[in-house]
Design a protein around this ligand. Structure first.
Ligand SMILES: Nc1nc2c(ncn2[C@@H]2O[C@H](COP(=O)(O)OP(=O)(O)OP(=O)(O)O)[C@@H](O)[C@H]2O)c(=O)[nH]1
Ligand SMILES: [Mg+2]
Length: 324
């Protein structure tokens, strides 16, 4: 293993914050050290509790994450925070907002905070969020909190990555709860009614509880509803307890294991798709080869299915001889 990678691995494993930052940047930038680094770190990961926190813009996710991180710090745990931002990495506004709200944690060596931009990626997770979690996990974070904005499909993505998913609701959503996509409500293991200092918190709590009583989950878990005021920290202790309860529940049954299995199944397929595509593009579609195919498509001389079959056949022929 090259010295530079060995050095980075050792520092990440020791929890060095600058090394963690460098490792995550390497992954984001698709630096050549990223894959060898992740290969080394993977066997040291798998212990962290990964908590996904989702909810509408402005629901109080960052404020809650900060309080939750403090609560876990109080118990002596090291905490990693990944705030996934839907904006481009260049607009920066919301990222700065998150940083400011979490400033209170900035000087704590036991907390690592990272913003990641989705860069337009569907699903609300930065493409590299998974790898960032592996790095934080290997670096000794017992808890990794992932904040992701809840717009459409994003919650489903975070739920696949997390061991436990928390959905933040706020008073004043009124009938919105009815219009919440069924799939979104289903992915939450825990519901938080945040901004409970505002009128309407009880009503929304009742609505969620009523809705939950109508659906029973196949795994038998009954998602609790916790009221919080993230700005003051009220209810954070209860939330932590509820998280612990879910953890115990999911570790006792095979819930956690089967979730992780599903997670790795989709992750492997995704990685395979990406790697194969990159190899095909690198070996078969160099030097304007794609453009030449486009001409045939535009004039309808060839159909796209045959073009794809041809590209893959060419790749297999070249690679078959290489590998045998
Ligand atoms: N009254 C009240 N305000 C809150 C509470 N929690 C958060 N806020 C305020 O709500 C605003 C949004 O909070 P954030 O923590 O940034 O919300 P967010 O969900 O992270 O927002 P985005 O990341 O932009 O989607 C801030 O002004 C917070 O101070 C709460 O419990 N009560
Ligand atoms: Mg936020």
């Amino acid at each position: 293993m090259p010295e530079v990678i060995r050095d980075l691995v050792e520092k990440v494993l020791a929890g060095d914050r600058r090394a963690i930052a460098r490792a995550i940047s390497a992954v984001e930038d698709r630096d050549p050290v990223a894959v060898p680094l992740l290969k080394e770190l993977f066997s040291r990961a798998g212990r962290a509790l990964v908590v996904g926190i989702t909810g509408s813009p402005g629901a109080g996710k960052s404020t809650l994450v900060e309080k939750l991180a403090r609560e876990y710090r109080g118990k002596g745990a090291r905490v990693g925070i990944v705030a996934v931002d839907p904006t481009s990495p260049f607009s920066g506004g919301a990222i700065l907002g998150d940083r400011v709200r979490m400033q209170g944690l900035a000087n704590d060596a036991g907390v690592y905070i990272r913003s990641m931009a989705t860069r337009g990626q569907l699903g609300g997770l930065a493409p590299t969020t998974h790898d960032a979690v592996t790095i934080l996990d290997a670096a000794g974070c017992e808890v990794v909190l992932i904040e992701t904005v809840g717009v459409g499909q994003d919650e489903v993505e975070v739920a696949r990555l997390a061991d436990v998913t928390v959905l933040l609701l706020v008073p004043g959503m009124g009938d919105d709860i009815q219009t919440f996509k069924a799939g979104v409500m289903e992915i939450a293991d825990l519901y938080v009614v945040n901004k409970a200092d505002r009128p309407g918190a009880d009503r929304i709590e009742q609505e969620v509880t009523a809705m939950l009583s109508l659906n029973s989950r196949p795994d038998g878990w009954r998602p609790p509803v916790v009221k919080t005021v993230a700005t003051t920290g009220q209810g954070i202790g209860e939330l932590c307890q509820a998280l612990d309860q879910f953890r115990t529940f999911s570790e006792r049954g095979d819930v956690r294991e089967s979730r992780r299995k599903e997670h790795w199944r989709s992750r492997l397929l995704e990685l395979l798709r990406q790697t194969l595509l990159e190899r095909v593009v690198a070996r078969q579609l160099r030097d304007g080869a794609l453009d030449r195919q486009l001409d045939d498509l535009l004039s309808h001389k060839r159909d796209p299915y045959s073009v794809v079959e041809g590209i893959i056949a060419g790749f297999m022929a070249r690679n078959g001889s290489r590998q045998s």
